[in-house]
Design a protein around this ligand. Structure first.
Ligand code: ATP
Ligand code: MG
Length: 205
């Protein structure tokens, strides 16, 4: 019997966090019987340079506001407290050190992120550090994902789990654009986050 305590890690820019992230984390937590899911807002991800990312403080507080009502969710500022680029492999090494041998990690991503995963820093090391769960998300090509998972299996001898989540076509990009255009964002994300965005005049351009 495997007596590891299983913990989910939900990484993201969370600019802003929305129901797509929350529903996915809860579905994976339930399916894999995870003790909890730790949301990890990214610090300075090297791949998101095309646009200016909202201040760390705001993304952290929105993530706290969104997760506070779920007793099985928590938030870590581990990446926000670092200077320079942050990489998932370094973050996972730190979690392994902090938690020790009795814990097993499940890194939760959308399928779109899995398609890019081979570009991540030290991917071979990272695949050995934790399990990966790819949530299917609307608008991506299933054949691409199947091909990618097969390649990862062949090359790294690693199985990536797949989970179907309720089809939520919600994205942070869409929410930011809606705010900028004065369109409603209600019911796409928790009300506290919506209020926080209004109060701090985020995404208004
Ligand atoms: P952006 O539009 O700025 O890229 P995003 O909505 O994709 O934002 P991220 O913070 O980039 O959100 O995503 C964090 C993680 O959540 C990624 O693994 C991503 O694939 C996943 N994710 C994002 N939106 C959804 C959704 N609607 N359903 C399931 N997973 C999602
Ligand atoms: Mg994204």
């Amino acid at each position: 019997m495997d007596n590891h305590i299983k913990v989910g890690i939900m990484g993201g820019t969370f600019d802003p966090i929305h129901y797509g992230h929350l529903v996915t984390a809860e579905a994976v937590r339930y399916k894999f019987n995870l003790a909890k899911v730790i949301f990890v807002p990214s610090g300075n991800p090297p791949h998101k340079e095309a646009r200016v990312i909202t201040e760390k403080k705001h993304r952290y507080l929105m993530t706290i506001l969104a997760t506070v009502t779920n007793p099985n969710f928590e938030v870590s500022a581990i990446e926000l407290n670092k200077e320079g680029y942050t990489y998932t492999v370094d973050t996972m090494k730190e979690f392994k050190t902090i938690y020790g041998e009795n814990f097993e990690f499940y890194f939760i991503t959308g399928a779109d992120a899995i398609l890019e995963i081979l570009k991540w820093k030290d991917i071979d090391t990272l695949l050995n550090l934790c399990n990966f769960v790819a949530a299917t998300r609307p608008g991506f090509n299933t054949k691409d994902l199947a091909d990618k998972l097969e390649y990862i299996k062949k090359t790294y001898d690693k199985d990536i789990f797949r989970v179907e989540v309720p089809s939520l076509a919600i994205s942070s990009t869409d929410i930011r654009q809606r705010v900028a255009h004065g369109e409603p964002i209600k019911y796409l994300l928790p009300e506290a986050v919506e209020r926080y965005i209004q109060k701090n005049h985020l995404y208004q351009e």
